[in-house]
Write a protein that binds this ligand. Structure first.
Ligand code: HEM
Length: 511
């Protein structure tokens, strides 16, 4: 019985392959991008790239492929990875002619069996304009600086927890994973900025309600299912799946956002300063008929989903690179000590510290939080590469921030070295040469994306990073527990570092 079923299955598979082959061959022969080189299998099927994302080797394989084939590599029958930074302003223009691809469909929210677009996931410029406009000024640096006391209170809490748990009394000298604590910290900061209420990550020293783990799982899912978005209908978006086969969704986060919104409407005095919830609620009055309660829940959810892990990754990577580069570490600590910073350090002062800013720029270059191609669709006008080759309309193209950040043409041969000095004027370098060099590097910065769909949260990230790095390295002496041990990286849409084990002491002169 079993053997006849297996033989039936085998025959069905062979028949399927025989029927599919001519179609694959036809697609290959008629493809308008068949001259773009790439792995053999990728010319026929998206399973090639699905596998490399599923195996989490996509960053390495894209890098190797670009080294082998040049600035354009075909990584799917209709998908081309681009590494030429001079095309950033074209593909990611402020006009947005290259819209997001169907990859982003996998990031739509699920609501009562329906898919709901967000300002992050939408593929439509009209939708994006309509919903970004009401909240744009909430993300401007001026708004964020009004909320700075909310960052301060969380930073104070982080320092207190580090002291109590790892420095004082019987715990002195206990090593801990600073990447985990960076996560607990950034989730509490973003919830404080968003609803004037920490979610309790620092207080409990744990992943409250498993939000961090769920987000990590979902970002991993987005990473590989996005290579073949139709798979989503069979997996997370499949109404027939039931527990334990049901995929987790972002509904837990949306639920807490809805709850906070209702609490605030009932008790407006809960807000400390003008937090995001207040600013978003105001958009209902300012944009009547456009912003509804469910849109506010969407905005709030995006704050938590986009604004915690990203900054935790950036902060952890910075600590790791700095601790592995003693000269840079010493230079930063000297700058911070000389500046005589208040506790917690203010953004106004820290943003003017040149070495600190160089360390942040270099760390974001070495380790962009997102390690995935930001896919776009070539419009009717096509895309012309620098060497004159043309990419046909309808092709999915895009760049991976990790590949762009390793451009030797822009950053020099030492792209794999953490060297904050590259952002500063070199000895004997004229002002003109330095400015031209830095402008080229700044124009290539892609860790926050670029153009119309650039990250709205960049000012928050900059404020948080300057303040946290200055406060941590100003207040504590930090060292790797074992300098010979490497961190671990989990590569998906995000590139999560873990196991950055450190020991911390109070810096001399600090009480
Ligand atoms: C180090 C920190 C961060 C990094 C590296 C980062 C990176 C990015 C990147 C690369 C994109 C573009 C994605 C694409 O084109 O597919 C993006 C978009 C976005 N980010 Fe961030 N992000 C960070 C922090 C934040 C924060 C703090 C928030 C909000 C609180 C945020 C909210 C968003 C939103 C809403 C979008 C969609 C923007 C749009 O399409 O208009 N991000 N981010």
């Amino acid at each position: 019985m079993a053997s006849s079923f297996l033989s039936l299955l085998l025959k069905a598979a062979i028949l399927g392959a025989v029927l599919l082959l001519p179609r694959l061959l036809w697609n290959y022969l008629t493809s308008p991008i068949k001259d773009i080189p790439g792995p053999f299998l990728a010319k026929f099927t998206n399973f090639w790239r699905l596998y490399s994302h599923w195996a989490r080797t996509h960053i390495e394989s894209q890098r190797e492929l670009h080294e082998k084939y040049g600035s354009a590599v075909r990584i799917g029958p209709n998908c081309v990875s681009i590494s030429d930074p001079s095309l950033i302003s074209k593909i990611y223009s402020t006009r947005g002619e290259f819209v997001k691809s169907d990859l982003y469909r996998v990031a739509d929210a699920h609501n009562d069996g329906k898919l709901v677009e967000s300002i992050f996931s939408t593929r439509s410029n009209a939708f994006h304009s309509m919903y970004i406009k009401p909240v744009q000024k909430s993300f401007a640096i001026g708004s964020i600086l009004k909320m700075e006391p909310l960052v301060d209170s969380t930073l104070e809490s982080l320092c207190e927890h580090i002291e109590e748990r790892f420095i004082e009394g019987a715990n002195a000298g206990t090593s801990f994973d600073i990447a985990s604590w960076a996560h607990l910290y950034t989730w509490d900061v973003i919830s404080e900025l968003t609803f004037s209420k920490k979610m309790g990550f620092l207080e409990t020293g744990a992943d409250v309600e498993g939000y961090i783990a769920t987000n990590k799982f979902l970002m991993g899912y987005f990473n590989w299912v996005g290579q073949l978005p139709s798979l989503d209908q069979w997996l997370a978006n499949n109404p027939l799946l039931f527990s334990p086969f049901k995929y987790p969704t972002f509904s837990g986060i949306a639920g807490i956002c809805a709850q906070r919104m209702v609490e605030r409407i009932q008790n407006p005095a809960q807000a400390k300063h003008d937090d995001f919830l207040n600013l978003f609620l105001q958009t209902k009055t300012d944009y009547p008929g456009i912003v509804r309660d469910e849109d506010i829940v969407g905005y709030l959810s995006l704050n938590l989903l986009g604004g915690a892990d990203t900054i935790a990754i950036a902060l952890s990577a910075l600590v790791y690179h700095l601790l592995r580069n003693p000269a840079a570490h010493i230079r930063l600590v000297t700058e911070l000590t000389t500046a005589g910073l208040a506790f917690p350090a203010s953004y106004a002062v820290t943003s003017r510290l040149p070495y600190l800013s160089a360390v942040i720029s270099e760390s974001i270059r070495m380790h962009p939080s997102i390690g995935h191609i930001l896919e776009r669709v070539v419009p009717a006008t096509g895309l012309e590469l620098r060497d004159g080759r043309k990419i046909a309309p309808g092709t999915i193209v895009g760049m991976n921030p990790w590949i762009v950040a390793r451009s030797t043409e822009v950053y020099g041969e030492d792209v794999d070295t953490f060297r904050p000095e590259r952002w500063l004027q070199g000895e004997g370098e004229s002002v003109e040469v330095y400015e031209a060099r830095v402008t080229k590097m700044r124009n290539t910065e892609f860790a926050f994306g670029a153009g119309r769909r650039v990250c709205t949260g960049k000012p928050i990230a900059m404020v948080e990073l300057h303040k946290a790095v200055a406060t941590l390295f100003g207040r504590f002496e930090i060292e790797l527990d074992d300098p010979k041990t490497q961190w671990e990286l989990t590569k998906g849409w995000f590139v999560f570092p873990t196991k950055i084990m450190v020991k911390v002491r109070k810096a001399k002169g600090r009480t």
